[in-house]
Design a protein around this ligand. Structure first.
Ligand SMILES: [Zn+2]
Length: 229
């Protein structure tokens, strides 16, 4: 299983070069994109043949995780390619705008259902954010958990149990008060569960690398880099 970081910032990209949230996962030749924030579509096109992408997962509907999905639909039209969009059901104009398209097959997810692709089992866990958000657990050759956006909550240990890697929203400075995890929480998570963590969702003006200098199980996500899980 391979994870490529397409964009790692939020709630917008870094000045000049740096895109918001998007990650590409490949398992046995099958591709799924996790979130599609601003600035990520052109990078995604440079990374993979779009026709190989069967699944898109949107963890939650904040714009920094979803906005390039709108332009992506034009590309789907040009390629005459359809995708399955996995996301939770929401009664909102933004949800309707994102999902209402003939080339998008919507598959609503929640904590009660797992979804099987040809090579993976996907499970979903409610997180704690300002809007509904789900972590996704991808079980294939390896097991990867992506938290989406969240502060620490009791579903995190459940979601990560036995996983090989966690792609986590845990890059905020110690003392930060808000709906994201801080670097010290990431270190506690690693010390307790010993599962390697890729820290992501960086603020454009803050790099947590120093925070993790003493913890060799935590890596700060690097854009365009592919990680072997
Ligand atoms: Zn968010």
């Amino acid at each position: 299983m391979k994870l490529t970081v397409i964009g790692k910032y939020g709630p917008y990209g870094k000045t000049g070069n740096g895109a918001a949230s998007s990650y590409l996962v490949e398992n046995c030749g099958e591709y799924i994109v996790l979130d599609m924030g601003p600035g990520t579509l052109s990078r995604l096109q440079a990374t993979v043949d779009i026709r190989k992408i069967k699944y898109i997962y949107l963890s939650h509907l904040h714009y920094d995780h979803t906005s390039d999905f709108l332009a992506f639909r034009y590309l789907l039209e040009d390629l005459e390619h359809s995708v399955t969009l996995l996301t939770h059901k929401e009664d909102s104009e933004w949800y309707n705008l994102l999902t209402d398209h003939p080339l998008i097959n919507v598959q609503n997810i929640d904590e009660n259902e797992c979804f099987k692709t040809e090579t993976m089992t996907l499970r979903f866990y409610p997180m704690k954010h300002t809007v509904p958000c789900y972590a996704i657990r991808l079980e294939g050759e390896k097991t990867l958990v992506y938290t989406g956006d969240t502060s620490y909550n009791d579903n995190i240990p459940v979601a990560i149990n036995g996983a090989d890697c966690i792609l986590a929203d845990c890059s905020k400075p110690v003392g930060f008060k808000g709906p994201h995890m801080t670097a010290d929480i990431a270190i506690s998570l690693y010390n307790e569960y010993k599962i390697p963590i890729i820290a992501t969702h960086l603020s454009p003006d803050y790099d947590p690398t120093e925070n993790f200098a003493s913890c060799d199980g935590i890596t700060v996500a690097s854009e365009s880099k592919t990680y072997e899980i």
